[in-house]
Write a protein that binds this ligand. Structure first.
Ligand code: NAD
Ligand code: DAU
Length: 352
């Protein structure tokens, strides 16, 4: 089996679904705290699948993590669990320090103890895959070259600082203890099951609900967008073939200014679900106060993973964003569960 953390979130959830779509796949133990971002409705199709073992818990809970490792003897750990929203980190950084730094530390220590006791092939083959972000590299000007794996760490938000700290711990565990790690630093993801407080799902749903489409500042901040299915395939590739101790940048070669992303979504919605009054959705665009410390531009140079592991994204922004808008139109039940908050009912029923 493999042990995955944060598998009820956006990327982890997509990864579990993708992984188990392969009939021969190893089982998954999915450890997730079910914060506001964790949603078991994403995994509803796996309810009766014995290959998916869901465990409600915290990566910071040492006894629980130790017990899971002893019981299931995973051959790998993939750490997706994190507090992931920059805006939330500005309002309340404490959970970010706790989960992203202390939680990762705890996971590393439990995993190291487990790995130390392994022998032979099991020890040889074990690996700890840490999922991280391009935000650790800081902000680029319009003319700077894209981030390579050698770019200095210059995190600017409490979120990116906490992710940078976790990356450093992972690196140190390799160099100091020989603990077998790989780290991936990925650009902005989008796609199905994305929690609608991040830009792309927020804009799709606000547009459909006749609400303003909030653009921070001048909307000229640039992000490098990657379809989530491509992130999942990259992680599978790195897990299978990545060199221990290495980091791999993952990106979509899709740099877009926020305003252009929002206009593209409006344009697709105008085609797929025109407004009743016949006006364009772009009329709902509203410029609002900028995010404090807002990074201007991220761009990933993903040539190392292509050169060494043969991975390239399958989707362009144009194909991926169209699929994504269509997915939100086709899945009102998942959306309603999040918007109404009823996706949290499972927690209430199960644990209170
Ligand atoms: P998300 O916020 O959608 O999901 C995070 C998941 O982790 C949730 O299910 C949550 O319940 C769980 N979790 C939080 N704290 C936990 C804890 N202490 N113990 C166990 N589970 C906990 O995040 P996401 O967008 O799916 O991101 C997943 C990972 O990928 C994160 O590490 C993030 O930093 C990284 N990343 C995200 C993006 C992106 O664009 N979303 C890009 C690059 C890297
Ligand atoms: O770069 C990878 C990162 O991408 C991940 O590590 C993070 O976990 C993930 O949340 C994402 O961070 P961003 O801050 O880039 O994503 P967000 O969707 O919050 O914002 C995308 C851009 O859109 C950013 O420049 C801020 C802007 N924005 C966002 C919101 C929510 C707006 O203009 N208006 C909005 O309402």
């Amino acid at each position: 089996m493999i042990l995955l953390t944060g598998g009820a979130g956006f990327i982890g959830g997509n990864f579990v679904l993708d992984w188990l779509a392969n009939p021969g796949a190893e089982g998954v133990i999915n450890l997730d705290k079910l914060t506001y971002a964790g949603n078991l409705a994403t995994l509803a199709s796996l309810e009766n699948d014995p290959r998916h073992v869901f465990v409600h818990g915290d990566i910071g809970d040492r006894d629980l993590v130790k017990q899971l490792l002893a019981e299931h003897k995973p051959r790998a750990i993939i750490n997706f669990a994190a507090e992931s929203h920059v805006d939330r980190s500005i309002h309340g950084p404490s959970d970010f320090v706790q989960t992203n730094i202390v939680g990762t530390f705890n996971l590393l220590e439990c995993a190291r103890e487990y790995w130390n006791a392994l022998e032979g092939d099991a020890k040889q083959q074990f690996r700890f895959h840490h999922v991280s972000t391009d935000e650790v590299y800081g902000s680029l000007s319009g003319t700077d070259p894209a981030f390579t794996e050698n770019h200095p760490y210059e995190p600017n938000s409490p979120y990116s600082a906490s992710k940078a700290a976790s990356d450093h711990l992972v690196r140190a565990w390799f160099h100091t203890y020989g603990f077998p790690v790989v780290t991936t630093n990925c650009s902005n993801n989008y796609g199905p099951y994305h929690f609608p407080e991040k830009l792309i799902p927020l804009v799709i749903l606000n547009a459909l609900n006749s609400k303003p489409l909030p653009i921070y500042g001048d909307g000229q901040q640039v992000r490098d967008w990657l379809y989530v299915g491509d992130h999942c395939s990259a992680i599978r590739e790195v897990l299978a073939k990545g060199k221990l101790g290495e980091t791999y940048n993952i990106g979509g070669w899709n740099e877009k200014a926020n305003l252009d992303v929002v206009k593209t979504i409006c344009f697709i919605l105008d085609q797929l679900k025109p407004r009743i009054d016949g006006k364009p959705y772009a009329d709902q665009i509203t410029f609002v106060k900028d995010r404090p410390g807002h990074d201007r531009r991220y761009a990933i140079d993903a040539s190392k993973i292509e050169r060494e592991l043969g991975w390239r994204p399958a989707e362009t922004f144009e194909t991926g964003i169209r699929k994504t808008v269509q997915w939100y139109l086709d899945n009102p039940q998942w959306v309603d569960g999040v918007v109404s908050g009823s996706y949290r009912d499972w927690l209430q029923k199960q644990y209170h």
